[in-house]
Design a protein around this ligand. Structure first.
Ligand SMILES: Cc1cc2nc3c(=O)[nH]c(=O)nc-3n(C[C@H](O)[C@H](O)[C@H](O)COP(=O)(O)OP(=O)(O)OC[C@H]3O[C@@H](n4cnc5c(N)ncnc54)[C@H](O)[C@@H]3O)c2cc1C
Length: 445
């Protein structure tokens, strides 16, 4: 029977990043994915001529953690950046704020809100202040606490609340300040190079797959893992849904914290470890993907709607790359953090928001998909909230020998999927502690 150096469970972006890096180092790697496609919540599926995302709408380009990781492992991705979409030396704005009366605030232009006392500053400058401010932060400090040190203006608070919703599916009361700082810093560092992968985020998945295959690794879809085989607290291999077994020297689990409990079995793990996973607070969210006859958003990557009750942000894939929609059509990806599990009501509120923001929307719709991320397929199992951020998350080295984790639930901070390479990097570092020969890609930018 074949002995793999690594079996990786889950071909999401995390599993494929780990696989690409380890294959480059000559390791015998097999990636197993239960779905019929790779990429998990980080790819697109073709639908009526549109490339409809399964979750993520973009990486943040070459200067993001994802961009740096891909570069380091030789996964070549082309991006269309804000600079490419701007004019002369001015990159296009990352976002605009749009109110229900259709008025808009530009990212770089001075704010003209009457009661702010910040009329001379642009929103960009408000964000810079938030990063620079030396407010003392404890693990209990909320984002609202540090935002209110900079401004108490209700409109600006609402804009920031929606931005937090867009970045993490949370709000300024539930996102710790420590995390907000890192998120803002990481986004602003990408600058004019904030970018969209040509063809959609699946280009990143395909580029990673090419590295895996070019270095002799294997990826198998439609293969669900039923159990991780453990003997004397050491991982030995996996049992598949079909009942057959595969041997490996190491296993990397990239299929979510609850799936980890299921595959390992609670009885094989310490009680406090099991309790931590069982009590994780998830982020449940929804998305509405619309194909349109005409664009409804202005020339920007993200539209933030501070008056909206449910919609946190509206992303514009075709603003960057028209090829992800049929010729002449446009696509928007509306992000909705859920505030209750009454999905029907939540979606009604989201549609109300959209019709107020874009009064002519209904007549322009050419394609419509609603997606709900809840229960077994949540937005994130470990929302970036109090008790679940940075080092409070799961260590990639599990309590079982030769069994590692990476992906959204592991230690790290960042903007949504851009946290994943941070977890993969730490996972590889932990492996390197036992196998000096492997390389750990640098993701600093
Ligand atoms: C609506 C939404 C919008 C988002 N927008 C962005 C964005 O714009 N930018 C960004 O960077 N991030 C974004 N994110 C976050 C990003 O999509 C995720 O952080 C990222 O995709 C997580 O990757 P992963 O590899 O950790 O997990 P996943 O993508 O969930 O991959 C896990 C894989 O494991 C497989 N699996 C599970 N169980 C088994 C088993 N037993 N056997 C075999 N395989 C198994 C699953 O099928 C899945 O393919 C968004 C998320 C959502 C939900």
């Amino acid at each position: 029977m074949v002995m793999y150096d690594f079996i990786i469970i889950g071909a999401g972006i995390g599993g494929l990043m780990a696989a690409a890096s380890l294959c480059r180092d000559g390791k015998k790697v097999l990636v197993l994915e239960k779905l019929a496609f790779t990429g998990g919540r980080y790819t697109e599926l073709s639908y009526k001529g549109y490339e409809v995302t399964t979750g993520s709408w973009t990486s943040m380009g070459i200067k993001s953690h994802i961009g740096r990781f891909c570069e380091e492992v030789g996964a070549k991705v082309n991006y269309i950046t804000l600079r490419d979409r701007g004019q002369k030396h001015q990159p296009a704005p990352l976002f605009k704020v749009r109110f229900n009366n259709q008025k808009e605030i530009d990212f770089f232009k001075p704010l003209t809100l009457s009661e702010t006392g910040l009329q001379t500053e642009s929103f960009f400058q408000v964000l810079m202040k938030l990063i620079a401010k030396n407010t003392k932060i404890t693990p209990e400090t909320s984002s609202r606490d540090i935002v209110e040190e900079v401004t108490r203006n209700e409109t600006i608070l609402s804009i920031l609340d929606h931005m937090v919703g867009t970045a993490a599916g949370l709000n300024i009361d539930t996102l710790p300040a420590s995390e907000l700082r890192i998120i803002l810093r990481d986004v602003l560092k990408t600058g004019g190079k904030f970018g969209f992968p040509v063809g959609g985020v699946k280009s990143i998945i395909q580029a990673l797959e090419r590295v895996v295959l070019a270095h002799g690794g294997s990826i198998r879809t439609c293969v669900g893992v039923k159990r991780i085989i453990i003997e004397d607290n050491v991982a030995k291999g996996v049992e598949l849904e079909t009942g057959s077994t595969l041997d490996a020297k190491n296993i990397i689990h990239n299929a979510g914290a609850h799936q980890f409990l299921k595959l390992v079995g609670s009885k094989n793990l310490p009680t406090d470890y099991v309790r931590y996973i069982k009590h994780l607070k998830p982020v449940d969210c929804a998305a509405i993907i619309l194909g349109l006859d005409k664009p409804v958003t202005s020339q920007c990557a993200i539209t933030i709607p501070p008056d909206a009750e449910r919609v946190a942000g509206v992303f514009s894939p075709t603003f960057f790359d028209p090829s992800v929609a049929p010729p002449g059509k446009h696509m928007i990806d509306v992000f909705i953090p859920l505030q209750s599990h009454n999905i029907k009501k939540e979606m009604e509120l989201a549609w109300n928001d959209l019709y107020k923001l874009f009064p002519n929307l209904e007549s322009l719709i050419h394609m419509k998909r609603e997606m709900i991320f809840y229960k077994d397929w949540p937005g994130a199992e470990s929302g970036q909230t109090f008790g679940q951020v940075g080092d409070q998350r799961l260590d990639p080295e599990s309590p079982i020998e030769n069994l590692y984790l990476c992906g959204m639930d592991c230690k790290g901070s960042g903007v949504a999927g851009d946290l994943v390479p941070v977890t993969v990097q730490l996972c590889l570092q932990r492996i390197k502690e036992k196998d000096k020969k492997i390389r750990v890609p640098s993701i600093a930018f």
